[in-house]
Design a protein around this ligand. Structure first.
Ligand SMILES: [Zn+2]
Length: 395
């Protein structure tokens, strides 16, 4: 199974110079190729593919004012063109927006395939670098594994990371059991479990947000192009990195725990991108990092031999009584607890939803069908959520 191991790197001054130059060249080549492809399409209705853009790169390297492209390893430049090709494929398939130009201030990365690095005595020697990369080995690589691809990334906060992609033959399947859990992702708490447990977002985020707001305000007052603006931008990036570290750490701990404890996990297949468009919910949802949570559950389930069941996101999990199946007409977001008008059961909104999700998950796992109850009008559901309905990007 292919896995990526990510580590912090502290490059030497010489290495940092080489890597910064490489990343700069990757960005330049990517942007030039993107501009060429855009122009070819809009002015001559011609499609440029990877092979053609690769031939362009060869031309550029011969130009007088682009001689510096020959000073860095050519592999990351080619890989950059491959990434551009993937971006276009995703765009034409309707999965993504039109590719954007890369910006210097958002950092960047360089991908080295096998021909551009050496792996010796557990050390990484990148092309054009004489010394091994000073990687902080925060965890061990699986025994006998060699990386097939190495990606060096510079974050906007100025931190360096390296990602080692390797094929891990070890089987990590956990003992299978029969425990199952339903998850309701929410705004007031990050997730509610069908077992009745609620997991909140760490409160420490609020403190970080106040700092972030202050730093962003300060940045907005700095003159464009000034040295002070760069400093202020770095400050903002550092706080953002801190927030994202804390969030990722929290999500990892939660998903690992859920995977270890349960054979089957049922979640709603939410369209996070659409929900973030709702301005009232945007921060809370991004904060909770729902998409990331499901993504982690997805690959960890695969690693450890667990089942992740995704159910139809139009299933009325909140409005359905978990006891008798009665569906109420309305249940505004501010109502956290309610009584079923049919059987009188008292419900916690999120826990009830999680229980419903688990119940549906069992049905899906058995018959493999997408579940949409008969007595629930699909039209009514769509009308209520019209704002978030559009899924395909406009072409
Ligand atoms: Zn009921």
């Amino acid at each position: 199974m292919e896995k990526a191991y990510r580590y912090r790197v502290y490059p030497t001054a010489e290495q940092e110079q080489i890597l910064r130059r490489t990343i700069g060249c990757v960005r330049l080549v990517f942007n030039k190729a993107l501009a060429a492809r855009t122009e070819a399409w809009y002015e001559r209705q011609e499609k440029v593919d990877y092979v053609q853009s690769s031939a362009m790169l060869t031309q550029w390297k011969r130009l007088e004012d682009l001689q510096f492209l020959n000073e860095v390893s050519c592999v990351p430049l080619q890989q950059g063109l491959r990434h551009l090709q993937t971006a276009f494929t995703n765009f034409f398939a309707g999965r993504a927006k039109y590719p954007n130009f890369k910006k210097k201030r958002s950092g960047g990365s360089a991908e080295f395939t096998k021909s551009a690095f050496r792996w010796k005595n557990g050390q990484v020697y990148l092309a054009k670098c004489s010394q091994p990369l000073p990687i902080k080995w925060s965890r061990q690589l699986p025994k006998g594994c060699e990386p097939s691809t190495i990606t060096v990334r510079l974050e906007p906060s100025g931190r360096w990371f390296v990602s080692l992609l390797l094929n891990d033959p070890a089987d990590e399947t956990l003992h299978s059991g029969d425990s199952a859990v339903g998850l309701d992702v929410g705004v007031s708490s990050l997730v509610s479990l069908s077992t009745g447990e609620k997991i909140a977002n760490p409160k420490v985020f609020d403190k970080h947000y106040q700092k972030l707001r202050k730093a962003q305000k300060s940045l907005s007052r700095k003159q464009k192009g000034s040295r002070n603006r760069d400093k202020a931008r770095l400050k903002v990036a550092r706080i953002q990195a801190k927030i994202s570290d804390a969030r990722i750490d929290h999500t990892h701990k939660l998903t690992t725990r859920l995977i270890r404890e349960n054979q089957t996990i049922v979640v709603e297949d939410l369209a996070v991108k659409n929900m973030v468009k709702n301005p009232k919910l945007a921060r809370a949802i991004s904060d909770a990092a729902w998409g990331e949570l499901v993504r982690q559950l997805d690959y960890k389930a695969l690693w450890y031999g667990r089942n992740l069941v995704k159910i139809d996101r139009w299933f009325p999990s909140s409005k359905r009584c978990g006891n008798c199946g009665h569906i109420v007409d309305k249940l505004p977001l501010n109502i956290r607890e309610w009584d079923c008008p049919n059987c009188g059961t008292h419900h916690d909104r999120d826990i009830n939803a999680a229980k419903n999700i688990l119940a549906v998950g069992h049905t899906v796992a058995v018959c493999g069908a997408s579940v949409r109850p008969d007595n629930h009008s699909v039209k009514g559901q769509l009308r209520k959520t019209r704002k978030g309905k559009k899924q395909k990007p406009k072409l």
